[in-house]
Write a new protein. Structure first.
Lengths: 137, 187
């Protein structure tokens, strides 16, 4: 049952995504139209809490549940990839109104049509694997 | 008990989402991020050894696939048992703009006029759902993360890579919303 804790955390996250309304296609439109503070409030406050948590973990050298020192992996900097990949992601985010986690939360919530977008996203990931070496990073 | 059924304001839901970062570090010593599960799914489904995913890579990522299954279950729970069915209160300019593009049913989480199985073979739904999904998956891997991995985890760690990626998310999203979506919706 070593995976049960991940399942429980996933369930909490799925519930949160729905209750926060960040899975709503309309909320994503509203965000890109700068017509409401809601999405900025959710993402911004999540970053503030995440950043403070990480500072606390660092300051007190907190350990994980298994007693190991917590590892904070840096995100590799690849300027072209981060930007161009980010732009591609943004195009898709505004179209589907969902990023990867909401695709699954929405499917669970009864919007089975989102399976199409999950298939698309899997094909997109697969395609990136095929062409990765030919793309600028 | 109203809070179970009503939606949660940003200052409640946002900080709780932020707690995913220390929770993931604490329970598994893992970085919070969802889009890498799509890579694991490729590694599971397609017996092809390319640079991005070896055939058996997914076995190291079972924790994240289980997390993803949890998100789906969380969606089932919240979507069926924790909702009062009231529509989201959207900004007026958004409502007006969507209505001018033919989207007037704002009662659920997705525009029913667009996302329905009857339209599965239309060009419009193909572009919005499948091509849109393709860009999400392709872009997330190219950028090295999605909203959770870059915007939340990465920015919490003050990573330049994540800042660049999030700027990219907005360049793409704004371009789509203002210049391309009106045309696509009129298809």
């Amino acid at each position: 049952m070593k995976y049960a804790k991940f399942l429980l955390l996933g369930i909490s996250f799925g519930i949160l995504l729905i209750k926060a309304e960040v899975v709503s296609w309309f909320r994503i439109q509203e965000m890109f139209l700068f017509d409401s503070f809601h999405m900025y409030g959710v993402i911004g406050s999540a970053i503030v809490v995440g950043a403070i948590s990480i500072q606390i973990i660092k300051k007190f050298n907190l350990k994980s549940i298994d007693g190991e020192p917590i590892v904070l992996k840096p995100k590799p900097l690849k300027k072209v990839g981060n930007l161009v990949g980010g732009i591609c992601f943004g195009l898709g985010w505004a179209l589907t109104g969902a990023c990867p986690a909401p695709l699954f939360a929405l499917t669970g919530a009864g919007y089975s049509i989102m399976i199409l977008a999950i298939i698309g996203a899997t094909i997109g990931t697969f395609t990136y694997g095929l062409v990765k070496n030919r793309l600028p990073h | 008990m109203d809070f179970i059924f009503s939606s949660w304001p940003w200052y409640v839901s946002g900080p709780l989402i932020g707690l995913m970062v220390p929770a993931m570090l604490y329970i598994g010593n893992k970085s919070f991020g969802v889009s890498s599960t799509l890579r694991s799914m490729c590694s599971m489904c397609v017996p092809l050894n390319v640079d991005l995913y070896r055939k058996n890579d997914w076995k190291n990522d079972i924790w994240n696939l289980v997390f993803l299954a949890g998100i789906l279950i969380g969606g089932i729970v919240a979507g069926n048992f924790m909702t009062d069915g009231s529509p989201i209160v959207l900004g007026e300019a958004t409502v007006e703009r969507l209505s001018s593009m033919g989207i007037t049913d704002l009662s659920s989480l997705l525009p029913q006029e667009v996302f329905n199985w009857d339209d599965v073979f239309t060009l419009r739904l193909f572009i919005i759902a499948i091509v849109g999904g393709f860009f999400v998956g392709f872009g997330a891997r190219y950028a090295g993360g999605c909203t959770s991995g870059h915007a939340i985890m990465g920015l919490s760690l003050f990573q330049l890579a994540s800042l660049i990626a999030v700027i990219g998310f907005f360049i793409g999203g704004l371009f789509m919303t203002y210049f391309m979506l009106p045309t696509i919706l009129s298809l």
